[in-house]
Design a protein around this ligand. Structure first.
Ligand SMILES: Cc1ncc(COP(=O)(O)O)c(C=O)c1O
Length: 394
């Protein structure tokens, strides 16, 4: 049930500028005050006695967080390490793999630019070829994703890099079906799940990805700099962090080399990782049905918003509801299609106080407005966006 109130009563839990209609949770997330307070406390503990914190407290705190996160994403703690963000996860995997000249690295035209750059980088370095398949948008059903990817596979395909939830178009890709089909041909999958944790339920044990990286600072609402990497147990020995540190020659046998290496990559602020349990329990406490209800709420809100915006400008919706989580991309009004996307973003922000992502999509329908729905949003926020777009279109 979508609350019809001018502002969501959850808004007070965030620091977000009250003057801004914030419709872009997707880009960087936003962290609730209570979680930030926890982080401030942990930071004060660290600075109070840095040696005690790093030599004694750090590892048990990190391990507790790992157990909590692993349970949330449906994985064994042994298979999960913390990293600052999904970009780090993508790079760590790609730069650890044995890639040979002539190998094909497959991805889609929806892939996030930074991850695509990392793929191009390793391809260039090892003389491999990047194969990009086009997943249609507008899209009618998930089978179109499967067909596009499987049609791009050849006997040279070494790895598929694929988003779980696409950044620009907000689509949920059918990862489990893909890992099954690709796995049966011996092809590894690196899943870019930057948006998935906290947006859609995750069961990594069943999903079948060889490698999966996700962010906790987006939809899980942990502080910035909290992400994770999951690697199937039999592949862990090969995957090394971007910074080689103490773990590389540790004589410890109580943890895998994978964990020893990733857990310590040099002195840094580990408090984002240690706040993940706080974010999971806080956000999960706000609805009687816990996270499932929260995710369903955000999904319902974005579906309602998408219909309102599409109807206001007489556009068809671009994807089935079942392929959306809590972001949706909608064409901007026809009269605004000729705008530069950055200019349109800036006018919405500077003149109307609306923060929303404008996406220059490569094919018709052209410019898209990608809205996010988090529990601090209300329907009224999307009405304001419609009114602003109508005003700019005049
Ligand atoms: C699909 C996708 N992958 C990767 C990233 C990168 O996330 P980060 O900057 O936290 O590494 C994003 C960020 O929006 C994304 O949407």
């Amino acid at each position: 049930m979508i609350e019809i109130t001018p502002t969501s009563h959850f808004r007070k839990h965030w620091l977000i500028d009250p003057a801004i209609v914030f419709l872009n949770h997707g880009s960087f997330g936003a962290c609730p005050r209570i979680v930030l307070q926890k982080q401030a406390y942990l930071r004060s503990q660290l600075e109070n006695e840095p040696l005690r914190f790093f030599m004694r407290d750090w590892e048990p705190l990190l391990d507790q967080s790992r157990v909590c996160l692993a349970s949330f994403v449906g994985a064994d703690p042994e298979d999960v390490v913390f990293i600052p963000n999904a970009t780090t996860g993508i790079n760590a995997v790609l730069r650890s793999l044995d890639i040979n000249t002539g190998d094909e690295l497959l991805t889609t035209n929806h892939e996030y630019n930074a991850s695509r750059n990392a793929l191009d980088y390793v391809a260039q370095r090892y003389g491999a070829k990047v194969v990009v398949v086009d997943v249609p948008f507008p899209i009618q059903e998930k089978q179109q994703v499967i067909t596009a990817v499987m049609d791009g596979v050849s006997d040279k395909t070494r790895l598929v890099l694929i988003d779980h939830v696409t950044s620009q178009t907000g689509l949920i890709f059918p990862i489990q079906e893909l890992t099954q089909q690709l796995g049966s041909q011996g092809i590894e999958t690196l899943v870019d799940g930057a948006h998935a944790p906290g947006m859609i339920p995750l069961k990594l044990r069943e999903l079948g990805a060889t490698y999966y990286t996700g962010n906790c600072h987006k939809w899980l609402c942990a502080p910035k700099g909290a992400g994770f990497l999951y690697v199937q147990r039999d592949r862990q020995a090969k995957i090394r962090p971007l910074s080689i540190s103490h773990g590389a020659n540790s004589s410890r046998t109580d943890k895998s080399r994978f964990q020893l290496e990733f857990d310590w990559t040099g002195t840094d602020d580990p408090t984002p990782y240690m706040c993940v349990p706080e974010a999971i329990s806080l956000m999960g406490s706000w609805f009687q049905g816990g996270w499932d209800e929260l995710m369903q709420h955000n999904h319902n809100l974005v579906i309602t918003a998408r219909k309102l915006i599409s109807d206001a400008f007489s556009h068809q919706v671009l994807a089935p509801e079942s392929m959306l989580g809590s972001m949706a991309a909608i064409p901007v009004p026809d009269g605004l299609q000729v705008w530069n996307y950055l200019d349109l973003h800036d006018v919405l922000l500077d003149k109307f106080g609306i923060e929303v992502q404008i996406v220059p999509w490569q094919f018709p329908p052209g410019l898209l407005v990608r809205v996010s729905a988090q529990i601090y949003n209300s329907i009224n926020d999307y009405h304001k966006l419609i009114a602003a777009l109508q005003e700019i279109s005049k």
